[in-house]
Design a protein around this ligand. Structure first.
Ligand SMILES: [Zn+2]
Length: 451
């Protein structure tokens, strides 16, 4: 019996609701009700929310005043939304205060910021209701796997200091007793500590693991290399914050023998989609409207075509950002998922637009192209490629023990072929550490796409 789980669900949560006015459980139940809705009912639901948001923007948000026809916002809110220009991070950051609702006291809002590992961090404000709806979307998704807010978990994550500047001891106690979870540091995963982590997982008996896909993959790969597997049944391993590649999913599933679940969330967008047991990546359609546009022209794309994702958060009336360019690439799907849940589905979630490289003749090249080559070669342990301009890139790579020279040559030739005509600076290195957060990126474009 998990006493902490019972205490969280029977004591902590009800008291948080009574004392602090927390609504996460109510919102989760509300979202769960929508699972049986038809596509039309879901559309009606978000259209109503969108109308209210557009009217608020028209009246109280300086950035949108005079730009929204209020009559049309009531009769055809989607048309009005689509008539507005996408909001890039750069444009938002040039005048963030213009996006604050004049009727809301800034002091009541929660300041937040994105990690900004390769670009300028985005600073913004958010209100409690919006955050609680994000949490509710996460708990709805996890409930599909029998996981509830008190369920014990192991997180494979950045260190406590990076997470919140709290003293790590207090942080660990809070994590263990108020959230029923412990953290394995994603940044320092190495072969020497693996048996210790496996023992920890076996002893702690979590219901699920949660972490960055690259960290969960590294953990699984190290376990496979040492021939160890956890001895406890898990309900799921949940991958978040990064693209979950098929090769990563396969390895994680093979080691942990349970469903590997893709959670799609962003610091400045919330929990936007959750994978169901049938493999459909269901959009949190009551929380956000997602659109897909061409990454260069910003023109709308057809259903099924992959492009840049625009997000309109339907709960954030405090600092609304309409058609916000999150930087991720995806495609929308017109078919209903076989699980019959009503929320629409993202067909393809293919990483960040910064992972897209540009060839010398101006074509976009997906960063996965490099990954695809490396995955089929046993020689390449790790690599990272940075594109500095259409003409220049830097490649770093780490070799596995006894790497055959022919494979190394194949890898380098393939990279040169993908970036034909570019100057490529090549460095063989002993390691490529992840970013401070524990995240790891294979391909990074460091200049802006031209219109
Ligand atoms: Zn589904």
């Amino acid at each position: 019996m998990d006493v902490i789980k019972i205490a969280i669900e029977k004591v902590l949560y009800p008291n948080m609701e009574r004392i602090r006015g927390n609504h996460i459980r109510n919102y989760t139940n509300e979202l769960k009700k929508h699972e049986g809705y038809s596509t039309i009912d879901i559309e009606t639901l978000y259209s109503q929310k969108l109308t209210a948001l557009l009217l608020t923007c028209a009246e109280h948000v300086p950035a949108y005043k005079g730009k929204i026809n209020k009559i049309l916002a009531i009769t055809n809110p989607m048309e009005i939304l689509k008539s507005l220009p996408p909001l890039t991070k750069k444009n938002f950051m040039s005048k963030p205060d213009c996006y604050l609702n004049e009727n809301i006291d800034k002091k009541t809002l929660i300041p937040n910021r994105t990690g900004g590992s390769t670009s300028e961090p985005v600073r913004f404000f958010i209100d409690r209701k919006t955050v609680e709806y994000y949490e509710a979307a996460r708990w709805r998704g996890l409930s599909w796997y029998g996981i509830s807010p008190g369920s014990r978990s192991v997180m494979v994550w950045g260190s406590p200091i990076e997470l919140g500047n709290l003293k790590s001891r207090i942080h660990n106690i809070e994590e263990q007793y108020l959230k029923n979870r412990i953290v394995i540091p994603a940044y320092s995963l190495n072969a020497d500590d693996i048996s210790q982590y496996v023992k920890l997982i076996n002893r702690y008996k979590p219901e699920y693991l949660y972490g960055y896909s690259s960290a969960l993959f590294t953990l699984s790969a190290l376990m496979e290399k040492q021939g160890v597997k956890p001895e406890i049944p898990l309900k799921a391993v949940v991958s978040t914050s990064e693209t979950l590649f098929d090769f990563q999913r396969d390895k994680i599933r093979n080691i942990f023998s349970c469903p590997v679940v893709n959670e799609y969330g962003a610091r400045d967008g919330g929990i936007l989609a959750y994978e169901c047991p049938n493999g459909g990546l269901h959009i949190s359609a009551e929380n956000a409207i997602l659109e897909v546009v061409d990454p260069v022209t910003y023109k709308p794309l057809k259903m099924g075509e992959a492009g840049l994702l625009l997000v309109t958060d339907l709960n954030n009336f405090s600092m609304p950002r309409l058609r916000y360019v999150l930087g991720d690439m995806a495609a929308l799907c017109s078919e209903r998922c076989s699980c019959n849940r009503g929320m629409p589905v993202l067909k393809e979630l293919s990483g960040r637009v910064d992972d897209m490289f540009v060839s010398k003749d101006g074509h976009l090249i997906h960063g996965h192209a490099f990954n695809h080559v490396a995955r089929n070669l046993t020689a390449i342990a790790k690599f990272q490629i940075l594109q500095l301009s259409e003409n220049k890139a830097i490649l770093k790579y780490v070799l596995n023990d006894q790497a055959p020279k022919s494979e190394v040559d194949t890898f380098l030739d393939s990279v040169r072929n993908i970036l034909k005509g570019s100057e490529i600076e090549i460095h063989q290195v002993s390691d490529i550490p992840p970013e401070k957060s524990g995240k790891y990126r294979y391909a990074i474009r460091q200049f802006e796409l031209k219109n």
